[in-house]
Design a protein around this ligand. Sequence first.
Ligand code: HEM
Ligand code: HEM
Length: 183
Amino acid sequence: MLMRDTLAGYGLVSRLMHWLMAIAILAMFGLGLWMVDLDYYSPYYNSAPALHKSIGILLLVALALRFGWRIANAKPDDSDLGRFERIAARIVHWGFYPLLLALMVSGYLISTADGRPIEVFGWFSVPSPGENKGLEDTAGAVHAWLAYTTVVLAAVHAAGAFKHHFVDRKQTLTRMWSGPPSA
Ligand code: HEM
Ligand code: HEM
């Protein structure tokens, strides 16, 4: 089984990280929207945000690992794309990294603005940088805005993937799903 990325396509590590993170990020969007409307008497009032924060911290770790893996590996060849599509794909792919980082950092700042740490599934805790009154609201507005931007970008990105698959009949989607054609 091919682990590393090559010019021909993505290895197992990148493919697993791509799809697991895509599912987790989209689920986190749904969870985030649902949990902010929970009533104080809901049985999920405390557990839903705790889950959101714990998964969020794990996603931050995953993002760092994935970025390290990305720069340590060859980027699969995209020279069969037209000039516009190639530039657009590169902007979207690289754009996800700072966007997701900012999303996660803003989430961390909302959660720790009251000075309390984040307990990650009871496994370990991430300390607060210190109490900062008022930061919660600003970081919350930024967080919501970044979350919507991420989902819109993911939709544009998925539309591009489907266009290459169904209209142009290229290997783009299959090589992200099952690896390089030759593997
Ligand atoms: C994949 C990453 C994430 C996504 C897609 C995401 C998405 C969302 C969404 C859509 C909301 C609801 C916003 C609103 O309508 O007000 C939300 C709220 C929230 N998120 Fe995230 N989030 C992510 C990561 C994180 C992380 C890493 C943390 C903390 C470590 C976090 C902490 C929070 C908190 C505390 C709220 C509640 C804010 C409030 O009470 O208004 N999120 N998130
Ligand atoms: C939040 C969700 C998603 C994020 C953050 C995301 C992010 C990325 C990134 C950063 C890359 C570049 C490779 C890398 O650095 O790992 C990539 C490639 C790719 N993504 Fe996604 N993705 C998401 C969802 C999707 C969905 C829903 C689809 C398709 C239905 C998709 C299809 C692809 C394909 C086909 C490639 C390979 C493109 C190529 O070979 O040039 N992605 N994605």
